[in-house]
Design a protein around this ligand. Structure first.
Ligand code: HEM
Length: 124
């Protein structure tokens, strides 16, 4: 089989890198915003409280991100939505060679473990 020229490999690599970043940054945020909207429609009383908290911010120049970090309702809505609907629900890790203990269970080293965020953020 013919090897593609180096420039083709560079192009493929760049596409992969950009693709991963787009999915990591855009998809997660879009899914989270969709679930925030869903939960707020289901809980109009919380929506109203959030609206009141945000009422003084009229456009993007009217707030600093450090200020938004201090808003209790906004942060509660974001954190609770991420807990209930984590957009990256399963994630994989390679266990270190010496193995580890998770929830009282021994996991042998050098194996791939697939972890569920939902299992950790809901009561069994
Ligand atoms: C609600 C929004 C987001 C959530 C829930 C989220 C979740 C995650 C999680 C769970 C990981 C770890 C994955 C793993 O190691 O198995 C991760 C990694 C990463 N995320 Fe996000 N993410 C979000 C937004 C973003 C945004 C906006 C960006 C970029 C602008 C971004 C870029 C990345 C990158 C580059 C990594 C890999 C970091 C590394 O391994 O060194 N994420 N994200």
């Amino acid at each position: 089989m013919l090897e593609p020229p180096l420039s083709s490999w560079v192009l493929v690599l760049l596409c992969k890198l950009i693709g991963v970043r787009v999915v990591a940054g855009v998809d997660t945020t879009a899914v989270t915003l969709a679930y925030i909207s869903y939960e707020l429609v289901k809980h109009p009383e919380l929506f109203k409280t959030l609206q009141e908290e945000l009422a003084k911010y009229t456009d993007v120049d009217s707030f600093k991100s450090t200020e938004l970090e201090q808003l209790p309702m906004l942060n509660a809505v974001i954190k609770e939505t991420l807990r209930m609907w984590p957009p990256v629900a399963p994630f994989a890790r390679l266990v270190p060679l010496q193995g580890t203990t998770l929830g009282g269970y021994h996991i042998p080293g050098n194996v791939h473990s697939l972890n569920s965020l939902i299992a950790g953020t809901y009561r069994p």
